[in-house]
Design a protein around this ligand. Structure first.
Ligand SMILES: [Zn+2]
Length: 447
């Protein structure tokens, strides 16, 4: 009996369709749009774009004839801008809305439903893809891919991997010392963060995330703002531990990215073979040069000062936040000076209010970049970093571009965001149509 039920489970596992719920998308023809293609910082002349299934089939400067089948949707763009959906390279799908206490004490079913609602809101802000930099996002990703929940494409990292006392270790002092083999902490049970204190433990934790479906691996190589026991200046993993993670990820054809602010933590990570640095706000000139020479990616953020308000006045977390934010100008200056491959992300945690300003955090890049440069980063360039996931890329194909053959992740913008990047601060008003994977999720154009 037992054997028969195991066999049944195995058979179901092998044959269950993963995306049975969603009907095939219709054909959509965009007429009279001006295209920002995600590569070139200017708009095309009046154009026509045909989407068939989930891909852009044809782009033309002259009208495209359609068979006008009943399932063909014709959109008169009225000269508006058609651009790729935005990509956020440092997002935490599961950690945006809950408070830290709700995350650690709440019910996982509730957390998933809350995260599903936030995923829909994220898509409605025009973000059609996010790279999840830590949290138990695999179930949500599957529900989105199946069409059960509306949300962005998710490149999941699974649990953040950290050391005892590192950024992501949210245990309380009374939980120490941990006896080896003792039950996992709540953060580990949730799959939010895993603690690993040797190369062998790191390998286990990395391989577990890969088995669950991680498209890249995230470690915290140095101290962090929001963690209670993690000074900013601390370097956490040893080089051997970082290298164990890199080997395990590369054996699976993907890469490791690390949270790191300081020169020491960044340099050690690069020595171990890490391919991408998250944040980097406290880097110095020599580190910037090294990042550029080695062709390492920098995935960074223009944190707004108000983000420090999440922490009480006088708290060490608030002091750490302000120290990091003070490095923002210098980091962007160094990134530009050394032509570092720079990706855009927001890293919004535990703040549904700030999440509503996701686009505004991109518009802030206008302090260092032209609007066109910032928009190219948030689309075509971000997609280049996504492609580093190689065979672990859950959505192989062209993302972040308006090109023939690319995935049809598109925004129709009322206005020209290259002239006025502030348009992306108000997606409810200015993104009049949002399409992901060929499917229209929003259309407020007059019928
Ligand atoms: Zn983060």
């Amino acid at each position: 009996m037992f054997a028969r039920s195991i066999a049944l489970v195995l058979a179901c596992g092998l044959t269950a369709p993963l995306s049975a719920q969603t009907p095939a998308p219709a054909t959509t023809l965009f007429q009279n749009v001006r295209i920002f293609n995600g590569k070139v910082g200017q708009l095309s002349g009046p154009s026509y774009v045909l989407v068939r299934g989930n891909k852009i089939e044809r782009i033309s400067s002259t009208p495209i004839a359609t068979d006008r089948r009943a399932d063909t949707v014709v959109i008169d763009g009225g000269g508006r801008t058609l651009m790729p959906g935005l990509i956020d390279m440092h997002w935490h799908t599961m950690l945006v809305r809950p408070t830290p206490a709700a995350l650690l004490m709440g019910d996982i079913g509730h957390l998933n439903l809350v995260a599903g609602a936030e995923a829909t809101a994220t898509l409605m802000r025009g973000f059609t893809t996010v790279r999840d930099m830590g949290g138990p996002a695999f179930g949500l990703k599957r529900a989105i891919d199946e069409g059960t929940v509306a949300g962005p494409r998710i490149f999941p990292s699974g649990a953040i991997i950290t050391v005892t006392s590192g950024h992501g270790d949210f245990r309380q002092p009374f939980e120490l010392p941990r006896t080896l083999g003792a039950p996992q902490s709540r953060g580990e049970q949730l799959g939010a963060a895993m603690i690993a204190d040797s190369p062998d433990e790191v390998r286990v934790r990395v391989r577990e995330q890969l088995m669950l479906g991680a498209s890249q691996i995230k470690l915290t190589a140095g101290g962090g703002v929001a963690s209670p026991h993690s000074p900013l200046d601390a370097s956490t993993f040893t080089e051997a531990e970082l290298r164990a993670a890199v080997e395990a990820a590369e054996n699976w054809g993907t890469y490791v990215t690390v949270h790191a602010y300081t020169p020491a933590s960044i340099q050690r990570a690069i020595a171990a073979g890490v391919k991408c640095i998250e944040h980097g706000h406290l880097m110095d000139e020599a580190t910037a040069k090294l990042i550029a020479e080695k062709g390492i990616w920098l995935s960074t953020q223009a944190f707004p000062d108000e983000q420090a308000d999440a922490f009480p006045p006088g708290s060490s977390e608030r002091a750490k936040a302000l120290e990091v934010f003070a490095g923002t100008d210098r980091t962007f200056a160094l990134a530009k000076k050394y032509k570092i491959k720079t990706a855009f992300g927001t890293d919004i945690l535990f703040s549904p209010g700030l999440a509503q300003r996701q686009g505004e955090l991109l518009a802030k890049w206008a302090r260092w970049y032209t609007p066109a440069e910032a928009l190219v980063v948030a689309t075509g360039i971000n997609a280049e970093l996504l492609a580093l996931s190689g065979k672990r890329n859950p959505y192989p194909g062209k993302l972040g571009l308006v090109e023939e053959g690319a995935f049809a992740d598109l925004l129709l913008v009322d206005g020209n965001p290259i002239e006025n990047i502030k348009l992306i601060e108000d997606p409810a008003r200015n993104f009049v149509l949002i399409m992901k994977d060929g499917r229209i999720y929003k259309n407020t154009l007059p019928k």
